[in-house]
Design a protein around this ligand. Structure first.
Ligand SMILES: *Cc1c(COP(=O)(O)O)cnc(C)c1O
Length: 421
């Protein structure tokens, strides 16, 4: 049985019946779609090796062209020449977590003053899930995703252990029903916006509403959504969110994560990590902790300044980019890639795991095949970079700022050549 034969476009049928010229219509379509792409100009904002088809931006975004010179300035001038004076005044290192937090916030649909950058996603997850649970004392259940990313699962279990909470793992589509049933016991509802394996987009507004109807607060992990689509944190009245910046935001390896706390919680929220940068008067060097006003209380300690400044430069790749255009371009890329898979890979043991319905898709396409790990390695030898999730998933991440429909077609054709050759 052809696992990917559910495509219905008649062009797909014609493509599979031809041989040498089978990809011609797709090649023409790719060129046409790339010409019509309103974001075609942003590819020049990245330094991508010539000839490489880079479809792993959902793990490590490509290098934005603005980063090397910004890092050089940060190291040689700000650090080398201006030394410690860069913390304040023109250097602005002290304010960087808040300033960059606001820039990230704009991409998340968050008004200024609700996002702070710094530390790792894992640290932010722990600090945030604890803070969220403490806002609902007396509610003993923490509702989360059985398929959540491992670090989220481990840290949630750890926080629940410390607080004596009961973790219940319910898939996102069933979570509203669980909330309707025993929501009065649920304090925190913690989910990823996109499933990291299949690329399925969960219903953030709907699940947030269901959580609020039950009296719970929400914590969303945005790692696989931020920088790929509008998220509308404020519009959906999300309570807390965290995410990394090295995937679709292209901040670089180990770039700082961020945390969002809705302004309405700023007065009451108490994070467990009471580091001195979150103190109301950090330079008074007081004996005990008083949280700062606003989102600054979510700061912890000294941020990784060089990484923050690299991230700030990386985010200029989004300058002037409308999130609706970004989402449309992303869906066009993933939709076209699925079409290429249908046309070129049918009969070779592949199955597309990502929903075909655009509204249920993030910005990656997961394809499963029993030999996924070996195929990922062989694709890399041919300069098509994707990644695998054991045991049998190939993940193709599309960043609409730099990927093209030609990339999508090249990846599917290379894969076809490997299995058919
Ligand atoms: C990438 C990712 C992380 C990464 O956490 P780190 O602390 O940056 O290693 C966490 N959660 C999800 C859902 C992710 O996709």
């Amino acid at each position: 049985m052809d696992a990917v034969s559910t495509g219905t476009a008649s062009a797909s049928v014609a493509d599979t019946s031809a041989t040498a010229t089978d990809a011609m219509p797709l090649a023409q379509r790719a060129a046409q779609l790339d010409r019509a792409n309103p974001l075609a100009h942003t590819r020049d904002r990245f330094l991508i090796p010539e000839g490489t088809v880079y479809l792993d931006g959902n793990s490590l975004g490509a290098l934005p062209a603005a980063v090397p010179r910004a890092l050089d300035d940060a190291v040689r001038r700000q650090w080398g020449t201006n030394l410690i004076s860069s913390w304040f005044g023109e250097g602005g290192w002290w304010e960087a977590p808040l300033r960059i937090g606001d820039r990230i916030g704009a991409l998340l649909g968050a008004a200024p003053g609700q996002v702070v950058a710094g530390d790792s996603t894992s640290v932010q997850l722990f600090n945030t899930v604890m803070a969220a649970a403490r806002l609902r004392p007396g509610r003993r259940v923490l509702l989360t995703d059985p398929g959540h990313f491992p670090t989220d699962a481990y840290l949630t279990d750890s926080a629940a252990g410390l607080l004596g909470l009961d973790v219940r793992k319910v898939p996102a589509p069933q979570a509203p029903a669980a909330l309707a049933e025993y929501g009065d016991q649920v304090g925190v509802v913690s989910y990823p916006i996109v499933d990291y394996r299949t690329g399925e987009l969960w219903d953030l507004p709907g699940l947030t509403r269901a959580a609020h109807a039950a009296g719970a607060v929400t914590l969303w992990d945005l790692c696989h959504g931020a920088g790929a689509m509008p998220i509308g944190l404020d519009a959906s009245e999300v309570d807390f969110a965290v995410g990394c910046t090295y995937k679709y935001l292209s901040g670089g390896p180990g770039s700082p994560a961020y945390t969002y706390v809705a302004a309405r919680h700023h007065g009451a929220v108490r994070h467990p990590m009471t580091g001195w940068h979150g103190h109301a008067d950090p330079f008074a060097m007081q004996d005990s902790y008083t949280p700062a006003e606003g989102i600054a209380r979510a700061r912890i300690g000294c941020p990784p300044v060089l990484s923050l400044l690299a991230l700030e430069a990386a985010l200029t790749a989004f300058d002037g980019v409308g999130l609706a255009d970004l989402r449309a371009a992303s869906l066009s890329l993933t939709g076209f890639f699925i079409e290429c898979c249908d046309a070129l890979l049918a009969g070779h043991g592949f199955e597309v795991d990502t929903p075909r319905e655009p509204a249920r898709r993030g910005s990656q396409v997961a394809v499963h095949h029993p030999e996924a790990p070996a195929l990922t390695a062989r694709l890399a030898e041919r300069a098509v970079v994707c990644d695998k999730r054991e045991p049998d998933i190939l993940r193709f991440g599309f960043n609409a700022l730099y990927n093209t429909h030609a990339d999508a077609l090249a990846a599917a054709r290379t894969l076809r050549d490997l299995v058919a050759g």
